[in-house]
Design a protein around this ligand. Structure first.
Ligand code: F1P
Length: 350
């Protein structure tokens, strides 16, 4: 059956709340098998993936280190495969391999290299329980309701992120965080109802052709993912940086064709608002996403209104930005279900 242009992507974006709810229920079922794995203190945890799931690994490492107080890093699977000495500490204590498909060659090869160098535990995080990743790792966490037809990850990414948030809360012994995550599905429904029109109006403003996504701490990986959606779906010029890093050169590209999107955190909110103020003075249109619009200086604001903490509400940063990428793709006459040059899974020969 040939679907209408963009139909899969739209349905996958708009069903994220349901996928998060199903994933958190699935986590409750899977948690018992991981109790022993997650209860051990870990000195150095490595998260790895490719493309979207590398960006997810960056977000996951910042989350893990912030909640557990122990070192964590996020690395591209290709770097772990080809430059293990550069990315693995002497004694890694856990490798978390993240892959929607569970079939990406670089991720599977990174696992092989890791096994050759360390006897440490390995945990797979994936959407597909029958995948090579799921079948080859001793421990695995699988999302529910996050399967996708589209190439660009949307509900799969955010569901794996919520799953890792839940796992990290348990590893940190912080069960209130796990309970707070159960509010995310309702927050999602309210958010897309309120802000889908804004996402479309920003996408339809074809005067804006240069997209910049800024995020710091646990939101940097999410800013990279938002950038990749805009690039994959709409073939637009899109960049992502740590918030204050943007001043150190890359801002030279800002002009009246720029849309700068700020994923505002709690700790550095005032400094982040100053960056957005400066970008507006350079001609950019500014969109800010935060739990409260209070004090924001932006042309447009997305108020998450979750009441959740910075480390709990990260998934809510994505849906409006995914919709903006979808609507820009449609405005460009493209099919977001089938991004140019891309395959859903990168399989290497030889
Ligand atoms: C990783 C990935 C995606 C990208 C594209 C190609 O896939 O690079 O991040 O968007 O779909 O594959 P996976 O290992 O997460 O399945």
């Amino acid at each position: 059956m040939v679907s209408e242009r963009g139909a899969y992507t739209y349905q996958e974006i708009m069903s994220q709340g349901k996928a998060w709810e199903q994933t958190l229920s699935a986590f409750d079922q899977q948690r018992a098998h991981l109790a022993e794995l997650l209860s051990q203190p870990r000195e150095a945890v490595v998260f790895t993936g490719c493309g979207s799931t590398y960006y997810l690994s960056l977000a996951a490492a910042a989350l893990w280190q912030s909640l557990t107080g122990r070192f964590a890093s996020g690395v591209p699977a290709s770097e772990l495969w080809l430059f293990p000495a550069a990315v693995l500490t002497a004694k890694p204590s856990l490798l978390v391999a993240v892959s929607r498909s569970g079939e990406t060659s670089e991720t599977l090869r990174a696992l092989q290299v890791f096994r050759q160098r360390s006897a440490a535990d390995i945990l797979g995080v994936t959407v597909y329980a029958e995948s090579q990743l799921a079948q080859s790792t001793p421990h695995v966490l699988v999302t529910a309701g996050a399967e996708e037809h589209s190439v660009a990850q949307t509900r799969s990414f955010s569901s794996m992120y919520v799953l890792i948030q839940a796992m990290t809360a348990v590893a940190a012994g912080n069960l209130p965080v796990l309970e707070h995550l159960r509010q995310l599905p309702d927050c999602f429904e309210r958010l897309v109802r309120a802000y889908a029109p804004l996402a479309k109006s920003l996408a339809d403003d074809l005067n804006r052709q240069h997209f910049v996504f800024l995020g710091s701490g646990a939101y940097y990986g999410l800013a990279l993912e938002a950038m990749l959606k805009m690039k994959e779906m709409s073939l637009s010029a899109a960049e992502a940086f740590h918030f204050l890093e943007y001043r150190h050169g890359p801002k030279s590209l800002v002009n009246e064709h720029s849309l700068v999107v700020g994923l505002i955190s709690d700790a550095s909110r005032l400094e982040e608002i100053k960056v957005l103020r400066e970008m507006r003075s350079l001609g950019a249109r500014v969109l800010a996403l935060d739990d409260s619009r209070q004090g924001l200086e932006a042309d447009d604001a997305v108020e998450l209104a979750s009441g959740l903490a910075y480390l709990e509400r990260g998934a809510l940063m994505l849906p409006v930005l995914q919709l903006m990428a979808y609507y820009r793709s449609m405005a460009n006459g493209l099919n977001p279900d089938m991004p140019t040059n891309l395959d859903a899974v990168v399989r290497l020969n030889g």
